[in-house]
Design a protein around this ligand. Sequence first.
Ligand code: ATP
Ligand code: MG
Length: 434
Amino acid sequence: MDIIPRDQHCISRKNISDGALKVMSRLRSGGFQAYLVGGAVRDLLLGGRPKDFDIATDATPEAVTALFRNSRIIGRRFRIVHVRFGREIIEVTTFRGHHNNKPKEDPRSEKGSNHSRQSASGLLLRDNVYGTLEEDAARRDLSVNALYYDSGKFEVFDHLHGIKDLENRTICVIGNPEQRYTEDPVRMLRVVRFAAKLDFNIDQRTAEAIPRCAHLLAEIPAARLFDEFLKLFLGGSASRTMDNLLEYNLLQYLFPSTNTCIERDATVVRLVQAAMKNTDNRIAEGKHVTPAFILAALLWPIVSKQFSVLESSGEAPMVAMHSAAQSTVADAVKYMSIPRRFSQPMKEIWEFQLRLQRRTGRKAIELIEHRRFRAAYDFLLLREQAGEDTGELGNWWTEIQALSPEQRLQKATSAEGNHKRPKRIRKRRPNPAP
Ligand code: ATP
Ligand code: MG
């Protein structure tokens, strides 16, 4: 084990949240070990700003909750403690041990809750066997995520060459990759996600086991895949993450229909890439991004195809779009769940694409005030960027937004006038003198 002393690493307590420092010092005063671990240590060593602070300890979840009034135990697969300081939540996990070890029962814990459980295929259903710091490090996913910082002694503990992999910019699964993916297939998604986020290479063994284990992702519950989807695409590196998902053939476990369309149609690839770049740019500019927009883009190829089929079979456009949206969502959620708070706005973005086709009259202008207009307009531009022919509709809406309310009305109604004037003129024209 390597211990890196204070003067040989760049972590400063200044960059660690007060909440995390408080949790660690109180655990130490209570006679326990406590370390900052995971993404926070990794990001601090890379000179970045951690998005949250996770702590590992030898105190059981019950012992942790006994020390902090503002805390509660959550989770079943992994029991962890959330300690709350105002808006910040510090996640405290008890060191995990090896599964072949006899579990140490905590007398205060619910009977049997300290055990691990595996499915027939080797998937870890429960992982609540407690252990030492060394064992805990070995149970983590990647070497760069298995570094521990002691905020009392200012030292970094590195058991598994995490520092070397950070220096070489390499994502490397701890242990035997095939076994680690079998225990938890989501680790494959984490590998491609961190490679994209940190712009690291994927170690050869870590990469080679992915095609052999990818099919195991089909066993992951749809709700967990949605949680992972948010991390994959809302972390600021959606574009590179998507490239990795495609390179390793993993998109099919999240969006099977989209994946099939991508294989067949270059405009779909352009749409998906444009959506990812757009999301990353917005995040870089500090703008708001919603999963509904990304989902709308990823499922648009499917919904638009179904819409065309229904419309050409004689359905009214709005009815056709509505049923295409319903069936697209019903199919997608079989693989990855989509909470209603996102599926509803996503459907509205799709339905709005039809409403934006109307360029005349007061009603068209009123669309600009609609709460879904902005997202729907951005979505229209995205479709055009991907090469879809919308008849210059995007330009029209861009121009009209730059006008004053009076000018807008004039433009929309004069368009209407232009369209009708020839008829009226003919009607009013006096009969030529005989
Ligand atoms: P970030 O929060 O920046 O996305 P992170 O590394 O902190 O990255 P989390 O998902 O917050 O990632 O997990 C915290 C730590 O828990 C990880 O660094 C890793 O050590 C461990 N971990 C998380 N998920 C798994 C997993 N599926 N298998 C093994 N270890 C995991
Ligand atoms: Mg984290």
